[in-house]
Design a protein around this ligand. Structure first.
Ligand code: AMP
Ligand code: MG
Length: 483
């Protein structure tokens, strides 16, 4: 029996979504099923593996009693306002009840909707596998994220620069409400904003829903979740790449894995996305962009915050002022944990900043650096750490300053390990795995990488090659939306 039989978004005002079926595909096949996620959700695997399940998850069959919808949203893309975007190639099937609450199940690449504009509503296998791999890698790092329940090949060709195999991602999320959803609601009027805010509070913010000032609390909590998320991204070198307001989830999950990537050599200004020519979404700019996006969210909430617009603006500003301090606190706490300098923030925070500068100046691989430092604290000699620097003088200076701060500072190798992955989804590995899957029909490299990334805080000897930074000729420095 189809376990996705409710859809709470249909209770929203009608202009917030459109009912419509996915477009059928010619030869659906289940390419990947995320058995571990099904277990996490305490789901019986049987339906997901059955022909009936495949028919629903490929969009070829719909549950007439619970019709799919596409959600409407607006958004600022690279700072420019777009009044109506919406799911142009995704269909929300509804919610799956799991032992940890309800999650949305959405098909991405499932055909045209009311919001497709000129697009074909489809997704390439390569982009779907990329989202599958990286969203599951984020989950492996314990970073809040949408998840991939599985990948379905459609049997149809998708035309991009070249013809490519098409696929559908079965994506789950705590919610698909974005900052852009509120921007669309605001275009409709304050009743729509209130309905959307009440919906989000009811389903995703129990801590704020009973408060005397629920909308102000919602803004504060959403900001805190975002501050925590961005801090976790940055601590492992993740660059989302396209933090438009329509790609920022209001439940604080990483969403929409387009040109995102993890950096190898540390560079605070690093950008991968080929379309981000101004570096708007560079690694170090992510907190400021998140705050900019939250400010757009706050603007939509103004009519709910107070009848008097000046008072409402004052409340919104007060809540937004918490964002940067919340981000800074979590980011430096994380950096200190990475460095094994848990205490003495007054001295250790500036040292953490200096360390990042040193990594940049010496073009040191971020993941390798913190992994090597952790192994040094576990008892390995200092040699491999010192060898990472460009010159011995800087290396020994850094090490002696770090040791001075380590005195009476209780960060153990175990607590450092919790903050320092041995493995990340390195771009050259991701690209090689996608190439093998799409050009040679060989899923083995992708499955191997995905398996290793489930436990990125350990690295078994047979996966040492996955830890290695790219050789100069292997560096992948640009990513493409490649949808
Ligand atoms: P993204 O950059 O992936 O966040 O997408 C921005 C907007 O373009 C969203 O409204 C998407 O639904 C829409 N979109 C992206 N690719 C397609 C496509 N192939 N067909 C229709 N709409 C699309
Ligand atoms: Mg998007």
């Amino acid at each position: 029996m189809n376990p996705i039989n409710t859809n709470h978004y249909r209770q929203l005002p009608e202009a917030m979504f459109s009912i419509g079926n996915p477009e059928p595909v010619s030869a659906p096949a289940l390419q990947l099923l995320n058995n571990l996620l099904l277990d996490e959700y305490a789901q019986d695997h049987q339906w997901f593996k059955s022909n009936a399940g495949l028919a629903v998850l490929s969009g070829n069959s719909v549950n007439a009693a619970n019709p799919p919808i596409a959600m409407a949203y607006a958004g600022h893309q690279f700072g420019h306002k777009v009044p109506l975007l919406g799911d142009g190639r995704a269909h929300m099937l509804g919610q799956l009840q799991t032992n940890a609450g309800a999650v949305d199940v959405q098909l991405k690449g499932s055909g045209r909707t009311l919001y497709s504009r000129g697009g074909d509503g489809r997704a390439t296998l390569s982009s779907v596998l990329r989202e599958h791999l990286i969203s599951e890698a984020m989950a492996g790092l314990n970073i809040p994220t949408t998840r991939s329940l599985g990948v379905i090949t459609t049997g149809d060709t998708v035309y991009r620069e070249t013809p490519e195999p098409g696929a559908i991602l079965v994506r789950t999320a705590r919610s698909h409400i974005r900052v852009g959803s509120f921007q669309h609601a605001a275009n409709l009027g304050s009743d729509a904003v209130k309905a959307l805010a009440d919906h989000l509070l009811e389903h995703n913010y129990p801590e704020a829903s009973d408060s005397a000032s629920p909308y102000a609390d919602l803004l504060l909590s959403a900001g805190n979740r975002q501050a925590s998320l961005i801090s976790q991204w940055m601590l492992c070198g993740f660059i989302h790449g396209v933090m438009n307001t329509d790609n920022m989830s209001l439940v604080g999950e990483t969403i929409d894995f387009g040109p995102c990537a993890f950096m190898d050599q540390f560079n605070a200004d690093k950008v991968f996305s080929s379309i981000d020519r101004q570096g708007r979404y560079a690694w170090a700019k992510q907190p400021a962009i998140a705050l900019w996006n939250l400010s757009r969210f706050a603007e939509t909430l103004l009519p709910l915050l107070d009848d008097d617009s000046d008072t409402a603006i004052g409340i919104a500003e007060q809540q937004l002022e918490n964002f940067m301090p919340a981000f800074q606190t979590e980011f430096y706490l994380g950096l200190r944990q990475k460095l094994g300098l848990v205490n003495k923030p007054d001295a250790a925070n500036p040292f953490a900043d200096r360390t990042l500068n040193v990594l940049g100046q010496h073009s040191i691989d971020m993941t390798v650096f913190f992994d090597t430092l952790t192994r040094h604290v576990s008892g390995e000699s200092e040699k491999s750490l010192l060898d990472l620097f460009n010159n011995k003088a800087d290396a020994t200076q850094w090490l002696s300053d770090w040791r001075a701060l380590r005195n009476n500072n209780p960060g153990t190798a175990d607590t450092m390990r919790e903050a320092n992955p041995a493995l990340i989804a390195r771009n050259h590995r991701v690209e090689a795995a996608l190439l093998a899957a799409t050009n040679s029909n060989d899923l083995k490299p992708l499955l191997r990488l995905g398996e290793a990334l489930r436990n990125p805080y350990q690295c078994s000897p047979e996966n040492r090659d996955l830890q290695q930074p790219p050789l100069p000729e292997e560096v992948v420095s640009a990513t493409f939306c490649g949808t």
